[in-house]
Design a binder for this molecule. Structure first.
Ligand code: 5GP
Length: 113
């Protein structure tokens, strides 16, 4: 089976601006930022989308959420950011390897589009 785009980034086959990496996750800058800060928080395990996650993935999902808050604090985002998970093509998901978008640095209106 072919690798996902994010597996290729994790394997360093495709370059990316990596802000953080550990055994469970990697954090990169989005190539097409939708805000002054637009990061992707990606588990190394391939979970195609959030709705595919199982109880077995609980620690990974918790890790991603905690990491989002820690990275936001480290970057000094003034406790103002948004996390987005697009789940499924109709919700805008284009890369089928779970990832959290972390957006900050501009007004984040509600409701989202
Ligand atoms: P999705 O649409 O699946 O929720 O989000 C995928 C994200 O991956 C998009 O925001 C898109 O800009 C980003 N992306 C697509 N290709 C690349 C790439 O090669 N490098 C990086 N850093 N981001 C990418």
């Amino acid at each position: 089976m072919s690798l996902t785009l994010f597996e290729k980034i994790i394997n360093k086959e495709i370059p990316a601006e990596i802000l953080y990496e550990d055994d469970i996750s990697i954090v990169i800058k989005d190539i097409s930022p939708q805000a002054p800060t637009h990061l992707l928080i990606i588990p190394k395990k391939v979970i195609p989308k959030l709705s595919d996650a199982t109880d077995e993935d609980q620690d990974i999902l918790g890790h991603l959420m905690l990491l989002a808050g820690q990275i936001a604090n480290q970057l000094g985002l003034d406790e103002t950011f948004r996390l987005v998970v697009n789940n499924g093509a109709k919700a805008g998901q284009s890369v089928f390897h779970l990832h959290l978008h972390l957006l900050s640095g501009r007004p984040l209106n509600w409701p989202p589009g």
